[in-house]
Design a protein around this ligand. Structure first.
Ligand code: X2N
Length: 469
């Protein structure tokens, strides 16, 4: 047994020692046997990608613990990633590690045609009519949250608060008030959900089957969350009540063959959507606060927008049409996402060799684009490391080069939650800025150690309620 093991290790070491650049493939980076450049990747992934881009050009392969991950950097290379078909570049094969969390047969874990139908259901759950309703829900939840949890003045961690708030708004938009009654007093969804998500750490991407303690917790937490969501669905079926949230859309959607999603898949989709809507939003809300308060001219401009739109034009009511008119707040959020995209990498597995320039990227490679690196290229965005929301204004429109602005990915897997997410953040800040004066410190460093990258803790801020005049 042990001899076989040693034999395998020796063979692998020898193999990687003799691993040469295969002619026609992108340059390979990371020549240390077995590990390649995994250590640098794990400690400073963006630094490694940036340096490799500068040294090797817009297509290169990182050798990581036996994985070959080919990066495509810049709009031209990124377009190859986003235009690839599912048969050539498979998201399913690259995102297998999410299946234990979301559940079997959900989105990426189903056959391509089924996945597209599920994505269609999700899109139907996020159409304009749903977004308009969401504004009311988000406003209500935010006001209630601030009233109950914040009070007149105090100190809080902004990221923690945004997390707690977003889990309320997102779960209510997804399944209405049912979640409150289903949870009862037994436990709160945030705590349960937290354990579930610890199973989605970056290391699980490379080693989805490690017997980590967090994975056992994940499985236990998933069973509990699934039971809660399942009871909500069953309850709703019994009452025969018509609702207008995302869950209702999922429960009534039909595949082309007339069949419907079974409850297990609905549960899985809800878990996936809650995860997707939760972290990306709460993180971006937090960055948005920091960037506004560290750039007074933009802060002032947003306050003026609130006054002229929400207060003067819409009589103090936060509504969909008003939010849509808040152009400066929108460009601030988009600029925050350019500097700090929550998903720093997007990935596919190469199933059929693809061509880029003179290179062939062979089947078996992973391909990746990095929104975090790709959106800080000087060749695409002027003074790329600077916060400058005006770059999106009509006269500059730096984001209009195809596949240059990729915070929401692009192509047929482009994020279906883009409008919902931006709307949610605009709503939360519209409420918050009207009700409180904030004291927010300097911009924190980003933390790339989790799957969804956010600001490093702590994010302490102080708040005082505005006196009513
Ligand atoms: C040596 C541990 O190894 O310290 F959520 F319905 C729901 C997949 C994104 C993979 C990024 C970094 C690996 C560091 C290892 C839905 C809203 C989605 C979309 C550090 C020390 C999920 C990040 C993996 C970097 C590799 C997956 C999300 N909209 N949410 N330390 O996307 O969309 C969803 C979609 C990603 C990655 C990495 C380390 C649909 C170590 C120890 C070691 N990667 N990686 N979403 N690292 N260490 C989502 C896309 C999908």
């Amino acid at each position: 047994m042990i001899q076989i093991l040693i034999g395998v290790v020796v063979a692998l070491v020898l193999l990687s020692l003799f691993k040469k650049n295969v002619p026609g493939t992108p340059p390979m980076i990371g020549k240390i046997p077995l590990i390649g450049c995994f250590y640098q990747f794990a400690t400073d992934p963006l630094g490694l990608v940036k340096r490799s881009y500068e040294a090797a050009g817009d297509a290169f392969t990182l050798y990581l613990m036996g994985f070959k991950m080919t990066f495509l950097v810049g709009p031209e290379a990124q377009s190859v990633f986003f235009r690839g078909t599912d048969e050539e570049l498979s998201p399913k094969e690259a995102y297998r590690f999410v299946t234990p969390v979301f559940g079997p047969g959900v989105v990426y874990d189903s056959p391509t045609e089924v996945m597209y139908e599920q994505l269609r259901f999700v899109k139907n759950g996020l159409v304009l009519g749903q977004l308009k309703k969401a504004v009311g829900i988000i406003t209500e939840e935010t006001e209630k949250f601030l009233e109950e949890k914040w009070g007149d003045s105090g100190e809080v961690d902004l990221l923690t608060e945004m997390n707690n708030l977003t889990i309320l708004t997102a779960s209510r938009c997804l399944m209405g008030k049912d979640i409150n009654s289903a949870l009862g007093k037994q436990s709160n969804l945030a705590d349960l959900y937290h354990e579930l998500e610890e199973g989605l750490n970056p290391i699980s991407f490379f080693f989805p089957n490690l017997p980590l303690p967090s994975f056992a917790k994940r499985d236990a937490a998933r069973a509990k969350v699934a039971a809660i969501f399942d009871s909500i669905i069953k309850e709703r079926r019994k009452c025969n009540e018509e609702r207008d949230d995302v869950l209702q859309v999922l429960m009534t959607s039909k595949y082309k063959d007339g069949s419907q999603l079974d409850d297990e898949k609905i549960v899985g989709l809800m878990i996936g959507l809650l995860f997707a809507g939760q972290h990306t939003s709460s993180i971006t809300s937090t960055w948005t606060g920091y960037y506004m308060f560290n750039n007074p001219e933009y802060h002032d401009e947003v306050l003026r927008e609130i006054q002229s739109i929400h207060v003067d034009e819409f009589n103090g009511e936060i509504c969909f049409d008003g939010l849509r008119k808040m152009n400066r707040l929108e460009t601030i959020v988009r600029e925050v996402l350019r500097l700090h995209p929550p998903l720093i990498f997007l990935m596919r597995k190469v199933m059929e060799p693809i061509q880029y320039k003179d290179y062939t990227i062979p089947a078996g490679h992973l391909v990746a684009v990095s929104p975090a690196v790709g959106m800080r290229l000087e060749s695409v965005f002027k003074n790329a490391n600077e916060f400058d929301p005006k770059r999106f204004d009509a006269d500059r429109a730096e984001d209009k080069t195809p596949f240059s602005y990729i915070a929401f990915g692009g192509g047929k897997h482009g994020c279906p939650g883009e409008n919902f997410g931006i709307l949610q953040i605009k709503t939360i800040w519209s409420v918050l800025l009207q009700k409180y004066d904030l004291d927010i410190g300097s911009i924190p460093q980003p933390d790339y150690s989790s799957l969804v990258a956010g600001p490093k803790a702590p994010c302490k801020i102080r708040y005082t309620k505005k006196s009513k005049k």
